[in-house]
Design a protein around this ligand. Structure first.
Ligand code: NI
Length: 219
């Protein structure tokens, strides 16, 4: 299941981040790509380990931590890798799969958090392949798309303007996307039931099931 997560960052936070990125030092994106992804990765990334990068990372991590939909849909154990990427004209990231292991952690879910508006650039869609179709995403600033790291995907060439995104990888408490979806659906249902009729017997039973499935499936 793909999750579109709106308003991860406020307009004020986005303004500050994009201004900071305008003045920051970027390096070749190939530095963090696997051996075959290097062949198709043409972008730039914010230099890691600088105070600027660390402050921005922390800000995005905090925003994700506070985002109820991200927490419920993804069940992050850890957001183990976070990068800020920039695509100028002519840049793209061809078809690839994300590495299964990064920094000693598993990648279950990948996400792209859009930092500037779709009108700021042409092209630059994130395209995620399914078995017989593909989904294309170019979302408003502050919105994230999260998808299973198991997929093949690409970023179309930017033909005009600059595309700014934060991309990240999550090891989830529940590694299987289908299981995450079951827990998510039950959790959404119990919250909706609670809003309608309070702490009913049905709500209690659904809450018990959500908790017990998490116990069964967490790792
Ligand atoms: Ni990727």
């Amino acid at each position: 299941m793909f999750f579109k997560i709106p308003q991860v960052l406020t307009p004020e936070a986005l303004e500050k981040i994009t201004t900071t990125l305008t003045e920051a030092e970027f390096v070749d994106g190939k530095l963090t790509a696997g051996w075959y992804a290097k062949l198709v990765k043409e972008n730039q990334q914010l230099a890691k380990a600088t105070p600027t990068a660390q402050a921005l990372e922390e800000q995005v991590r905090q925003a994700l931590q506070n985002n109820a939909l991200f927490q419920t849909a993804i069940r992050p154990k850890t957001v183990h890798t976070l990068l800020f990427s920039r695509y100028g004209p002519g840049m793209a990231y061809g078809r690839h799969t994300d590495n299964a292991l990064m920094n000693g952690m598993r990648s279950d879910v990948s996400f792209t958090l859009f930092l500037n508006e779709p009108s700021d650039y042409e092209g630059g869609e994130l395209v995620i392949e399914g078995a017989d179709s593909e989904q294309s995403y170019k979302l408003p600033a502050g919105t994230a798309i999260a998808y299973p790291s198991t997929s093949l995907h690409r970023v179309n060439v930017v033909t005009k303007g600059t595309r700014l995104v934060a991309v990240g990888w999550v090891q989830s408490w529940i590694r299987d996307a289908q299981k995450r979806e079951i827990v998510f659906d039950l959790d959404v249902s119990r919250r909706s039931l609670f809003a309608q009729s309070g702490k009913s017997t049905e709500f209690d039973l659904l809450s018990k099931s959500v908790a017990n499935l998490l116990r069964l499936w967490s790792e």
